[in-house]
Design a protein around this ligand. Sequence first.
Ligand SMILES: Nc1ncnc2c1ncn2[C@@H]1O[C@H](COP(=O)(O)OP(=O)(O)OP(=O)(O)O)[C@@H](O)[C@H]1O
Ligand SMILES: [Mg+2]
Length: 244
Amino acid sequence: MIAGATGAGKSELLLSFLMSLAIKHHPDRLNFLLIDFKGGATFRDINQLPHTAGMVTDLSGFLAERALIAMNSELDRRKRLLAKEHVPNIKSYRKVSLARGPLPPLPNLFIAIDEFDEMIRDYPQFQDELIRVGKQGRSLGVHLLFATQQPSLIKEGLLNNLSYWMSLRVNSHEDSKAMVGIPDAAMLGTDTPGRGFFRDKNSRSVEQTIAVFDRVVRRIEAKDFAIAERPAKACSTLRPTLLL
Ligand SMILES: Nc1ncnc2c1ncn2[C@@H]1O[C@H](COP(=O)(O)OP(=O)(O)OP(=O)(O)O)[C@@H](O)[C@H]1O
Ligand SMILES: [Mg+2]
């Protein structure tokens, strides 16, 4: 989870993080579901990557319900795949796939949400669904990554099920403490976007994140990736559900 006041560098960090994963991992191993409540500007450039299984930019009306259904059915689909092979988690699934011949690809799925606080303000039911994802997701290979301006809006059930917390510049000591246990992120300057404090379950550190540029996205698109040989089959797992 990433917290930060406006202009602190949340969107840029989400983008850099996803891009760095996309460079490293084939779409058979890694898919993205992108949710951006503010019209989709954040993820516009990575929507075209073959890793992107779906992008939700507008949650009005039935779309919110549909996105929830899509997430649910993706969890269920993954459970069924694991149950069929009698394995408890995605790691064992891959081992079986290696040992006994290839099983259908089961990519890790990153659900990335920008403007999380705006989303749960309008659609509080999303938060409960994400708590479920947070609890069950790890063994199923589903991970949550979200950015918010107001960490105080996040329910404990969700907050406590996360593995990493990052605070860029925030407006109050309380927000900083809620994220990283110390007030220091409230004292970061506006002239260093992307600077923040990172915490996992055992440690804490200060980080300066990097920003990616348009040019990098274009280079990745052009790069082979072996995508030509293996078209977007593995990437289509969520797309039909979301667009139906
Ligand atoms: N790591 C970084 N290095 C250099 N510049 C950065 C970095 N991160 C962000 N910036 C710059 O800071 C500005 C604000 O970044 P960004 O849009 O990511 O902020 P934000 O937290 O998402 O703000 P908002 O809440 O308004 O959406 C942008 O112009 C961006 O290019
Ligand atoms: Mg932003």
